[in-house]
Ligand binder design. Sequence first.
Ligand SMILES: Cc1ncc(C[n+]2csc(CCOP(=O)(O)OP(=O)(O)O)c2C)c(N)n1
Ligand SMILES: O=C1C[C@@H](O)[C@H](O)[C@@H](O)C1=O
Ligand SMILES: [Mg+2]
Length: 637
Amino acid sequence: MKTFRLTTAQALIKFLNQQYIHVDGEEIPFVEGIFNIFGHGNVLGIGQALESDSGHLKVIQGKNEQGMAHAAIAYSKQLLRKKIYAITTSSGPGSANLVTAAGTALANNIPILLIPADTYATRQPDPVLQQIEQEHSLAITTNDALKPVSRYWDRVTRPEQLMSSLIRAFEVMTDPAKAGPATVCISQDVEGEAFDFDEKFFEKRVHYIDRKPASDRELKGAAKLIKASKKPLIVVGGGAKYSEARDILVEFSEKYNVPLVETQAGKSTIEHSFKNNLGGLGITGTLAANKAAQQADLVIGVGTRYTDFATSSKTIFNFDESKFLNVNISRMQAYKLDGYQVVADARTTFEALTPMLEGYVSEFGDTITELKEEWLAERDRLSKITYSREDFVPEIKDHFSQEVMNEYADALGTEFAQTTALLTINDTIDPDSIIICAAGSLPGDLQRLWHSSVPNTYHLEYGYSCMGYEVSGTLGLKLAEPSKEVYTIVGDGSFLMLHSEFVTAIQYNKKINVLLFDNSGYGCINNLQMDFGGGSYFCEFRTDDNQILNVDYAKVAEGYGAKAYRANTEEELKAALEDAKKQDCSTLIEMKVLPKTMTDGYEGSWWNLGVSEVSDREGIQKAYELKQEKLKNAKQY
Ligand SMILES: Cc1ncc(C[n+]2csc(CCOP(=O)(O)OP(=O)(O)O)c2C)c(N)n1
Ligand SMILES: O=C1C[C@@H](O)[C@H](O)[C@@H](O)C1=O
Ligand SMILES: [Mg+2]
């Protein structure tokens, strides 16, 4: 046997260079690069290996472990899971910082390779700096916290374990049905230990992604269900986007007059202008999509997980009458809502199914167009909200008095409404630029209002809705799509939670544009607490003496070296966006927006939340009663 004498870390880097993915006839390297923050746990092992020979891997220094992992997630998600970045961290706090990001990757089924350093295999120097000592077990380390948030987890305590560990990790990451974070923890002393690795381990390895076809039985059953239905509706989920099913879904929808509605992950699989695309579904859905969903007698879920946001906590459909047909590469997902299961690739399934329905046409008739027109008029209204200091009725009604609204207008020096600002952006940036968002009130506004003209230009992380993903993720977007303008859509709360990779973007001259909506508070949570009968409690950003906090974010961005703008009117915003397009460097546009001017829910947008059963507040009692009422018509499981 021919062998290479290498350290564990050197073998790791050599192996990463040899992984390829093969999709639809195209073969490309799977691992593009590696993000790092070095500490004593990885600088001498993995750091040395990279310094001596990193091969084709791009090596990027991050600023926060969660942030750089979020950048890697966005990179992989944007490239439809065909390429990844790996992440190396030190042990202890460096690896603990990965937990949130691993959860984000797992909730969204996104492959990333996490390589946190682990405690000493020899245990000779224990307890080392940053080691947690458990009285009942020496085998538990910080890295065990990554187990529940990893799709695959392993600990390497001998160099030769690396071989089987990595092969499993890549099998998991490249399987569309179970893609997610693979965590390979390597003891920090083992990183530097040598072994005679079999040369075969380092041969080029191609991971084939074949499109799994539906069986004859599945196709016949699906066709029968559709032919028997009067009003079928397609829910376009993230799986439809990953499967690149746009063309065949458009053909199917047009041919049989079937409306399409979108989940957050599915949005921008198909452009908004397609006549049968009724937009976002569910809690943050459009009026059109939600009305169509209530009429449907067959729901065709394509690559959707049917989360509570998509189903309005299982109330958006007529569960007594309607049937479900679930096309999903994951058997687990296909089982949901008692649906008829087609466990297969979405595109291949619809390519086979479409010719089987000749002669069929739904009974939606002109309703699809009428619903769409009604919604577009509402969207138009939301693009022109003007503030007045008397009798102003914001979208989120009956929370703040006019006096409080004026207090915000004065404190933040603005009369800008959030919906108007957002739609100004939609109209001004280039249609092929990419936007990213994750948490706060903006995901709801985007799912309802944003028009994506070009497929795969709308990037929402709404599986974990993790604050702090937005700016970090934008760096990943730029790495994935270097020729396009990329825009972060972010609230002040999320920006404050984590934006460290803004500096990384500036450092490596990766131009990103941060569009910061500052309403001085956790706006959407404030809406929730007040919608459900509570007061305004610790969700506004106020000082001890009740003054509204006004942070100069533009100055913060300037401090980092970005070009910054302040835009509190439509004209200022358009000018800033146009100027930002001309810049080579990263930019930030700070918009002060009034609270309560985001969109509200539309018909069918109820959300099952843990309302207090006992309270002396009448509003909370009413919210609890409403919940009991709603649950009477909700599907129980
Ligand atoms: C890491 C994380 N912590 C907490 C939450 C819960 N959460 C969701 S939205 C939100 C407030 C967001 O505030 P901001 O970004 O300012 O957006 P706004 O709602 O004001 O538009 C909070 C605390 C979360 N989604 N993620
Ligand atoms: O609790 C939440 C409420 C949602 O509106 C928000 O988008 C999400 O981030 C969240 O965590
Ligand atoms: Mg806010």
